[in-house]
Design a binder for this molecule. Structure first.
Ligand SMILES: *Cc1c(COP(=O)(O)O)cnc(C)c1O
Length: 365
């Protein structure tokens, strides 16, 4: 049945082998981030069974709930679980229940975590986020007093423990991690350790955009954890968009079926108004073209983040439920009922994985 998102578990395992070897070689522990595929249980099982993965991480508590229980009889998994997005007040009880570690930047939230952890008789670990200029989450690095104040308060609590500090980059502000800015994180960690006479076991230096620094030997001494999503599932280094050698770019493949195949002009007929998404489209007149309509649309797919496996097929556009391709130049004899495959970018994977209208399938190549 289509549309279908197929995960190749063998390729995913191979990608994990490659990235974990690099990360471990740099002396870092490894968090694997499962949000781009909604923590799909079949993939999560592969990750949970991988000896070089140390933590399972996601931004959504709903996804953490899908993880196999730790130390259960059915699974061998012994990874700690991490909530990456700052907790919302209403989900605090589940955060303490399902996450061993959460990322935080607000004392108010940490107070709630303390009270709830005491109630559940648990120790919950905190990574305090520092913003080095990307301007998403974290206490701004120039406000060092605010950072110390937060540390001081966390240290008074008996049921939350300060595991370390972390940064996220290349998300909102698209700021690239460098030796310079990550060194600032290490410096802040050292200052905290000195000021409070404590040891911070974790300094987590970013996501797939920090990966390239390892190859250049520019990851600062002291950074001892990375959190990888896109790097392992798609094999992309995301600071500059390079491929990571020896990884697969097709471990997740999207397929959809042709429901109409007809020859039509390339210019719509009549006055051009706004399309279904409020935009005024423009068209190039290329005469009559063979156009295939696929039964997938913007509700399930990010058309800017998918590449047809057939290089001679072009994506013309999409509405909510229809994707229109130009197949005129293809050497394949497409028919109504034919299936067209696409490699995915991050947005394409996220959208297809999240859509309940896209069937999920698994293979081992
Ligand atoms: C999503 C996310 C990651 C993983 O990002 P990738 O670019 O997929 O590696 C890491 N850390 C945080 C805080 C995130 O939100």
């Amino acid at each position: 049945m289509y549309p279908r998102l197929t995960y190749d578990l063998t390729k995913i395992k191979q990608n994990l082998d490659v990235v974990s070897k690099v990360v471990k070689g740099a002396g870092c522990s490894l968090m694997i981030v499962t949000k781009s595929f909604c923590a799909d249980p079949a993939l999560t099982a592969v990750i949970a069974a991988h000896p070089s993965v140390d933590y399972l991480a996601d931004s959504r508590i709903e996804n953490l709930k899908k993880y196999p229980p730790r130390d259960s009889h059915e699974s061998t998994h012994d990874k700690e679980t991490v909530l990456l997005r700052l907790p919302q007040e209403w989900e605090i009880a589940d955060v303490v229940r399902y996450a061993d570690i959460s990322f935080n930047s607000e004392c108010k939230t940490v107070q709630l975590l303390q009270a709830e952890s005491a109630r559940q008789d648990k120790i919950h670990k905190i990574v305090l986020m520092v913003d080095l200029g990307d301007l998403r989450e974290g206490i701004f690095y120039q406000q060092e007093e605010a950072i110390y104040h937060a540390v001081e308060e966390i240290l008074t609590f008996s049921n939350v423990q300060l595991l370390g500090i972390g940064v996220n980059l290349t998300c909102y502000g698209a700021i690239v991690p460098k030796h310079d800015n990550l060194s600032k994180l290490v410096e802040i960690a050292n200052n905290i350790e000195e000021k409070f006479s404590i040891h911070l076991p974790m300094i987590t230096g970013g996501n797939s955009s920090s990966f390239y620094l390892i190859g250049r030997e520019e990851l600062p001494q002291g950074i001892n954890n990375l959190r990888l999503g896109e790097a392992f599932i798609l094999g992309n280094e995301t600071a500059y968009g390079a491929r990571i050698p020896d990884t697969y770019d097709d471990a997740a493949l999207l397929e959809a079926q042709i429901i109409e195949l007809q020859t039509k002009p390339s210019l719509p007929i009549g006055e051009i108004g706004k399309d279904a998404f409020g935009e005024t489209p423009s068209y190039e007149d290329r005469g009559y073209r063979k156009r295939a309509i696929l039964a997938i649309g913007k509700q399930d797919a990010d058309i800017g983040s998918m590449t047809p496996l057939d290089p001679k097929v072009g994506i013309l556009g999409a509405s909510s439920d229809h994707l229109i391709l130009d197949v005129t130049d293809s050497e394949n004899a497409y028919q109504v009922g034919s299936v067209v495959g696409f490699k995915l970018g991050y947005g394409g994977l996220l959208k297809a994985a999240t859509s309940p209208y896209v069937f999920k399938a698994y293979e081992c190549s």
